[in-house]
Design a protein around this ligand. Structure first.
Ligand SMILES: [Zn+2]
Length: 86
């Protein structure tokens, strides 16, 4: 996180953010009861079970609560930077 961030929703917050870690847990359920019967590591998944490929963390704006990928915040900061009159 070394680039400036700007919230794409409230467009005012550049300072207060919350990092939401996304940790995938792979589980097998009993199809009848829904009970968890097994927890798996990502390298134990069979060919029918896709590993999680999403963001490893999300960013939440500490002011308005918008939660997006970090890229959205970075893009907004860059957009506002490029629109600034020289
Ligand atoms: Zn915001």
């Amino acid at each position: 996180m070394t680039k400036p961030l700007l919230c794409p929703t409230c467009k005012s917050n550049r300072m207060r953010f919350t990092v939401i870690e996304q940790v995938p847990r792979y589980i097998r359920l009993d199809p009848q009861t829904g009970e968890v019967v097994q927890q798996l590591q990502s390298d134990e998944l069979d060919v029918f079970h896709q590993p999680y490929k999403g963001e490893s963390y999300m960013i939440q704006c500490g002011v308005c609560g918008t939660t997006e990928s970090e890229e959205r915040f970075v893009k907004m900061a860059q957009l506002m930077q490029s629109q600034r009159p020289i």
